[in-house]
Design a protein around this ligand. Structure first.
Ligand code: MG
Ligand code: ZN
Length: 367
């Protein structure tokens, strides 16, 4: 037993060192993932969709899509510069696997361009980017562009034709045509083998595997959910049809952009309609993954918006059976947000970890 003293003396500094390395939660940069690997990845981002927003599906629709996701985690969304992230830093964390400053798109905290997940996977995968904002807005931009400031939407537009994106659908054509530099970026995209349409998703049916496709159906953001119909769900089906034709693995990011805007406006009807619209899109992705066993589906958010609560109007009427959701702020919050995963590798997404873990887990599984 004497030896224990020696062992203790030797081990104590090691123990202290290990303890000091233990941050509050893990970065999850390890390659230590389960052996089951997906070929395709669909990353669905509900901008601003915290647990409370996602919970709406249990009270405002017949059947929530979320119980179908067996593997659930939580991510911490803070940026390198602020406890509360913006969508630039939040989505850059997903796209490059590093925390950066609020407002950054695809660049590190030192404003250095970092390879994003689309660039990392493009040699082996087709790449899709879909959103209900303009294609140049922070979330979609993080998956193909690199700029120091998210407000540089004309520069973000200029970077699209040189990016690895093969299929996109969103709004935002004014950033491509109505430019002070006189460039017509629609022509640049067409020169890069893109079919571009500004009216409808079926414009080029039947799709051809050798082409690329871009649908920009609004001059800026897409209309609100009640006015745009099944745009996001149908664009998702269209993209999946294209990837199937191409017979190549794919990575696709789909953003429900306007959940965040409903939060900023503290508008509950807008919130409900955007979350339910997102649910329809998630259902399309989930169904595809159920039929195509090689596909991993991950649903998460860059942050929560609005400090949303599924509360009653308790002060006025103490009826716990009547929901009257409320908001605590017109901005984002620091709440952890849920991650829902389905398909091969989904079990790696459980636990509590940093938002950068989404990137590292996907890369470890796919690359
Ligand atoms: Mg967004
Ligand atoms: Zn926001």
């Amino acid at each position: 037993m004497k030896n224990w003293k020696i062992v203790s003396v030797i081990m104590l500094p090691v123990f202290i060192w290990v303890s000091c390395q233990n941050k509050d939660i893990q970065d999850n940069k390890s390659n230590d993932v389960n052996e089951q690997k997906p070929q395709n990845v669909i990353l669905l981002i509900g901008d601003g969709m915290g647990l409370q927003e996602a919970s709406l599906t249990f009270y405002y629709s017949e059947k929530s899509v979320f119980p179908g996701f067996e593997h659930i985690g939580l991510i911490k969304t803070s940026s390198a510069s602020h406890k509360i992230t913006d969508s630039g830093a939040g989505n850059t964390a997903f796209a490059i696997g590093e925390k950066t400053y609020n407002g950054a798109i695809g660049v590190t905290v030192d404003s250095i361009k970092a390879p994003n997940i689309s660039e990392r996977l493009s040699a082996s995968h087709k790449i899709g980017v879909l959103a209900t904002s303009s294609i140049t807005h922070a979330t979609p931009a993080a998956f193909y562009a690199h700029v120091k400031d998210r407000e540089s939407e004309f520069e973000i537009a200029r970077q699209l034709h040189n990016s690895p994106v093969d299929f996109f659908a969103a709004g935002g054509y004014r950033f491509f045509t109505d430019r002070s530099d006189g460039l017509n970026l629609m022509d640049s995209l067409r020169e890069r083998n893109f079919h571009i349409d500004t009216n409808e998703l079926n414009a080029f049916d039947p799709l051809k595997p050798g082409k690329k496709y871009g649908f920009m159906l609004s001059d800026e953001a897409m209309p609100v959910a009640d006015q745009r119909g099944r745009f996001l769900a149908d664009a998702t089906s269209k993209a999946l049809e294209y990837f199937d034709l191409a017979e190549a693995p794919f990575f696709m990011m789909i953003e429900a952009s306007q959940i965040d805007w409903a939060g900023h406006y503290n508008d509950n009807d807008y919130m409900v309609s955007e979350v339910l619209d997102f649910q329809k899109t998630i259902e399309v992705a989930k169904k595809y993954a159920e039929e195509n066993k090689n596909t991993l589906v991950v649903v998460t958010a860059d942050h929560e918006t609005g400090g949303y609560a599924l509360s009653t109007d308790y002060e006025k009427n103490k009826d716990y059976d009547r929901l009257s959701p409320s908001f605590a702020t017109g901005g984002h919050t620091a709440s952890l947000v849920p991650v829902y995963a389905f398909g091969p590798g989904a079990e790696n997404f459980t636990g509590i970890y940093e938002n950068t873990g989404i990137f590292h887990k996907i890369i470890s599984l796919v690359e």
